[in-house]
Design a protein around this ligand. Sequence first.
Ligand SMILES: [Zn+2]
Length: 229
Amino acid sequence: MRIAEGVTLVSPTLDAERARQIIKNAEPFLTGQHLAYPSDRDGAQVHLEAYFATEAIVQCPESVSWLVEDVVIWMRAKDLRPTVIFAPGTEPVRRFVEKLSRAVHAISVYLETKPSGRFGDTIEGSIPTDASVLTFNLTSLTGGRCVGFRLPDAAARNGGHVVGTGAIALGASSLNEALRRRFPDNLYIAFHVAVTNHNPDACPANAPRLRPWQEASADIIARLRGESI
Ligand SMILES: [Zn+2]
């Protein structure tokens, strides 16, 4: 169900009115972008054509409560009982994951995430051997690389047994299909968002100036706080 420009509600258990309110409170979607993501060149990079700031959504405690509640409903329906929630260690993600972990009596373990948005190798906390792990991110801007592959692979490398994965917002890319194949019945997504990307060697001729993704994020947060941008 389309609930705002570029935003489709896909979680069947999230009330549509609440979903609309979550988007209205944060106005997290920016179109017409050309953003380097991650913003460093220490590995693969894509150019995002729009941006969706779940970091703006988590500024609203009521939105966080509604979304945590919905993820918990999904976990109960699927009978998933992770003892670890494994997620990128950024401040907005922690804000959400700490509440989610408390709600399901799991521990939070975080993967190092650089300011550029690129994952590192170290983890904060430890995953007990064979512990059931739910991997989670607020937004999968690339359409599934983090929640479908990078996070589950890092959790498995560190001794965990991944039972499911989830994100609040999933961007659109050819990875969507591979994500659904790998997690056919244990994938949580609240919103599909119209964030597409292209490879750095395929920039459209009319693309705006390339800028780091953090600038779009900062624009949305500034708008949320009523500052002029
Ligand atoms: Zn480009």
